[in-house]
Design a protein around this ligand. Structure first.
Ligand SMILES: [Zn+2]
Ligand SMILES: [Zn+2]
Length: 212
């Protein structure tokens, strides 16, 4: 997913520091529908891995079967093991990428050699995704809280972030599984998924229709 903003030198510094500090891994098993995921996160940023785990294991399962069904073909064709490189932001400002065969990290190559399985790889920019606001939420916030209910607002924001993380994960998984599919097709599916997930959450939690 591409988005152009100016690159700040501080993000280059943060990236260099991350390289020096190294990375840790968390194995995420989120049920039969989803592939096995090895999350690789910067040492000290365990919350990135926990957020992804929550998005895959909890948010995904809370979404209705009809909406989950739209990604069934992707999961059927996807590698059974996927490395997800987590970082705060990407230098190019993208929310995520899929990594073409032959460009995977050493971690993915080693896992592939050790398990004898095809290992796919994507990356996700966690903080950029947290700030990503593709759909306006103001109408929902007002409808749910008459402007004062901060608990509902915080709960909504928490859920929206995990739904967004899940959506970008699914978007990149589709690119990884079907590299020949054009961006507009892949993006349409992920946009519809995100919109549907938010509508469902709003209806369940607040009993309001999310008019978009
Ligand atoms: Zn894309
Ligand atoms: Zn990029």
């Amino acid at each position: 997913m591409h988005r152009r903003i100016q690159i700040h030198p501080r993000s280059l510094f943060a990236e260099a520091m991350t390289r020096l500090r190294g990375r840790d891994q968390l194995l995420i098993t989120a049920g039969d529908e989803l592939p096995l995921v090895v999350a690789s996160y910067p040492r000290g940023s365990y919350s990135f891995a926990i957020s992804l785990q929550s998005a895959l294991a909890s948010t995904f399962r809370s979404i209705g079967p009809a909406l989950r069904e739209t990604y069934r073909g992707v999961f059927q064709g996807a590698p059974s093991l996927v490395v997800v490189i987590l970082r705060a932001r990407n230098r190019c400002t993208c929310l995520g990428h899929h990594h073409l065969t032959g460009t995977e990290s050493r971690l993915a190559r080693r896992l592939s050699a050790d398990t004898g399985r095809h290992v796919g790889e994507i990356d996700l920019a966690v903080e950029a995704i947290r700030q990503w606001q593709p759909l306006p939420l103001s109408s929902l916030a007002v409808a749910s809280a008459d402007g004062t209910n901060h608990t509902a607002q915080a709960e909504l924001e928490h859920w929206r972030f995990h739904a967004a993380l899940l959506t970008v994960f699914l978007h990149e998984m589709e690119h990884l599984t079907f590299p020949e599919r054009p961006e507009p097709e892949v993006r349409l599916r992920s946009n519809q998924f995100y919109r549907g997930a938010l509508q469902q959450f709003a209806a369940q939690e607040f009993g309001v229709a999310f008019g978009i």
